[in-house]
Design a protein around this ligand. Sequence first.
Ligand code: GDP
Length: 437
Amino acid sequence: MSRDKQGELITVTGPVFGDEGKAKIVDWLAWNNPTVAAVARYQGGDNAGHTVVVGRQEYRFHYVPSGILAAQQKKLMCVLGRGMVVSLPRLFAEIQQLAQLGVEVNPSNLLISQGIHLTLPYHMALERARESGGARKDTTKKAISQTYGFAHLYQGVRAGDIVGDVRRVSQLIDEPLAWANAILTEVYGELRISKQEVMSEIEDHRRRLSPFLHNEIKFLNTCLDKGSSVICEGAQGGMLDVDLGIYPYTTASNTWPAAIQHGCGLDPRRITRQIYVVKAYLTRVGQGPLVSEIPDDDERGKIIRERGHEYGTTTGRPRRVGWFDQIIGRFGRAISPPTELAITKADVLSGLDLRVCVDYKMGGVILSIFPTSMITLQACQPIYQDFTGWDEDITGASCWDDLPSQCQNYLKKAPSCYGAPITMVGTGPERNQIILV
Ligand code: GDP
């Protein structure tokens, strides 16, 4: 099949610290693009918290792709790619919670890769033990990194492994369980996890899982080959990428768009639209440097947090708030330039005088490139450019010309570091509060 005839491959990712409002953009595209046949997640697990607001109803997704609302009305498959990690009890609990809200998730609209690695009780026990043993405490406590870690040590159990012969499953967990128990007891002085506990969790879910399992690589590539479009929905953000982010204050997976290759078998060279969802300011959950963080004595940080509801969807933790950072933007542009930008939450900034971080300074030297060394980064100070704000409430504005000139000026200048046109501007939390530029 000629690639000229392929459908659109659209990635929707955040290039900073996550929580940009990706779900709203994915939902919008899934509804409004008639050629979309699939919406796929390709990394992370339920450490993601994606929210779509429809009228007064808020839908929160942790595993299930944000295209699932569109999939209730149109033929569209949501896909969990093999680059994800999944806890089956938590996945089926989410499916049940969505059913209570009238959202049906079943094998006709959710495909789960056979290659997905499973989070099992010993991963959870290790995560708890590590945190109580003094390790980093700002994870979502879902054992995401434990699951990826075991996978890289060839000690993983994949979804496709557990639907077959139960004796083989039992053999498969012997070694990882022995490892986990050795670490639990020897390193942390904790209790062992029994094999029965692990097997009964698997037994409880494997039959239910079976009809969802397919080869997502074949499915997604066939969609594109036949001229249908595929949306890949990123989770977390580029600066949280385990390799390219601010290690060790990262998530455990690769988050930039190219991760669709190992995460669901799509060639990144097929991407036709690489949309970066960029918040009009910065937020960050948990530890790690945030050079443009608004200090506690500046009321504007608190106002932005409250107005923007900047509390974690998964953890409820207050997010740290910072000014828009062009150094981070230039970093994203260098490693994976977007084709377009969706800017969200400019409405939160009404009535405030604004700043944009344009460079970092260290000991009198200006750094115009994002430093990858943690030591350098911790020593950096922000250099700001001030912007006059706007007083008008722009919530629900539906066209660019309705935005005050200061707002237009801010939106043109702050994200210019990405070198891509703005095609969408969010003007409120609700699904339809969006300007198409
Ligand atoms: P995601 O993880 O990137 O999908 O983002 P979250 O779901 O964590 O957070 C996005 C929140 O911001 C959701 O509650 C959205 O409804 C809301 N949101 C998205 N875009 C906008 C916007 O332009 N303005 C406002 N005020 N809220 C928005």
